[in-house]
Design a protein around this ligand. Structure first.
Ligand SMILES: Cc1cc2nc3c(=O)[nH]c(=O)nc-3n(C[C@H](O)[C@H](O)[C@H](O)COP(=O)(O)OP(=O)(O)OC[C@H]3O[C@@H](n4cnc5c(N)ncnc54)[C@H](O)[C@@H]3O)c2cc1C
Length: 382
């Protein structure tokens, strides 16, 4: 067993860490304030191969492994969870299905320009009345000749306001339940495709989230992902692997909160000494550092399983569950270390805390992760 990152992974960690510090950090304040994603990052990151870390070089990706993608998420989310979320929705949710089971023609038309940062991607599964209960989605697509008519609404779509194309999940055969769900590439400008509204959020404000509507959109059959109906099992692979990346992002948010709290504990003086010298505060920081370390170790293990081609449905859920709940706890403790200053917007700790809260909800809530783990243990919980 070898717990060291390889030389290549370490170099990548330094490079993406530097990029995040130098190119992303200066954009954060304005992006959060204006609730606007800084779109100039797409071409900039595309040129450096940072939008397709795991995709093979033939598609313009960096051809790196899942562990590197986790490093990518931790470094970016450490600087800004909102910006990291939009980049994740683009680089994973909105493109991985095309990479994993799209046709070569779809890869050429959508994956390549997305990896270059020339086209922005989004993924739309959730609906106003169906989130955790995926089977309850109401969107439908009806075949008419060599086209499909798509009808439905989608909720909480990250990059929904910006996307050049959206992967939309809809039933093509309701009678087959999960098995009847298909995925369509809906391009910006398609007649009937409308951004109903941009959503205002508590956390991840620099990530743009929208509700979308599809009113009898006519979609060419060439835009049916993989050229076949009933791909829910393939979509699940995207979701399982995405959970591990989000877990790594959660570790980044927790690390950011820990780092500012540790520094503050060294500088803030009360009763004549730095507050970090009070056991109550020092122990908090020790617990925070321990939790982050445990989460990262677990995430790397699950990422390694993915790189080895092993099944890791339960483990991916465990990593997502642990790391996101850990991030909530760590950011909460960081707020306590900052005392009254935690409430002041001049310090970033409040942002980390707000941003951590949603991590337990997106990509499957904590309850749903526990449910998956139970199912994988052979326990039918409901
Ligand atoms: C900022 C943000 C960005 C997002 N981006 C995207 C995106 O890009 N694309 C996309 O498709 N979706 C996206 N989502 C949607 C996200 O995946 C869903 O919010 C999430 O899956 C939960 O669904 P829901 O909000 O409908 O909650 P619900 O499913 O209504 O759940 C409400 C509560 O009930 C609990 N619950 C539900 N069922 C069970 C059960 N069987 N057992 C126990 N408890 C249960 C849940 O855990 C939760 O606590 C995003 C959400 C947010 C907030």
């Amino acid at each position: 067993m070898d717990f060291d990152l390889s030389e290549e992974q370490r170099m990548f960690q330094r490079a993406i860490g530097d990029f995040a510090e130098k190119e992303v950090a200066p954009l954060v304040e304005q992006a959060e304030e204006e609730e606007r994603f800084p779109v100039e990052l797409f071409p900039k990151m595309g040129k450096l191969g940072y939008l397709g870390v795991r995709y093979p070089e033939v598609y313009g990706g960096a051809g790196a492994d899942k562990i590197s993608e986790c490093i990518w998420a931790e470094e970016l989310f450490r600087i800004c969870r909102g910006i990291g979320t939009s980049l994740f929705a683009h680089s994973h949710l909105g493109t991985f299905p095309i990479f994993a089971f799209g046709t070569e023609e779809q890869k050429g038309r959508f994956l390549l320009p997305a990896i270059k940062g020339e086209k922005i991607a989004a993924f739309a599964l959730t609906e106003p009345s169906a989130g955790s209960d995926v089977q309850a989605i109401e969107s439908r697509a009806y075949k008419e000749g060599n086209r499909y008519l798509l009808r439905g609404s989608k909720m909480f779509v990250t990059n929904g306001t910006l996307a050049d194309f959206v992967l939309v999940a809809a039933y093509t055969d309701r009678s087959r339940r999960f098995e009847g769900i298909s995925l369509f590439i809906v391009e910006k400008g398609t007649e009937g495709f409308r951004i109903s509204r941009k959503l205002r959020k508590e956390g991840s404000r620099s990530s743009e989230t929208a509700e979308l509507n599809f009113a009898d959109c006519s979609i060419p059959e060439d835009n049916l992902v993989g050229g076949r109906e009933g791909v829910f099992r393939d979509i699940l692979k995207t979701l399982v692997e995405g959970r591990v990346t989000i877990a790594a992002g959660a570790t980044g948010v927790a690390r950011a909160a820990f780092e500012v709290a540790r520094q503050y504990a060294k500088e803030r003086v009360a009763f004549g000494r730095p507050i970090g010298q009070f056991q109550a505060i020092g122990f908090k920081l020790a617990d925070m550092a321990t939790l982050i370390e445990v989460a990262r170790t677990m995430i790397y293990k699950v990422a390694w399983m993915i790189d080895e081609g092993r099944t890791c449905i339960a483990e991916a859920s465990m990593a997502k569950l642990f790391a996101t709940e850990m991030a909530e706890r760590v950011t909460n403790e960081a707020m306590q270390v900052f005392g009254g200053y935690s409430q002041m917007r001049e310090f970033p700790v409040g942002r980390y805390w707000r941003d951590a809260r949603q991590l337990k909800i997106g990509e499957g809530t904590s309850e749903i992760q526990r449910r998956i783990i139970c199912h994988q243990m052979g326990l039918k919980t409901d």
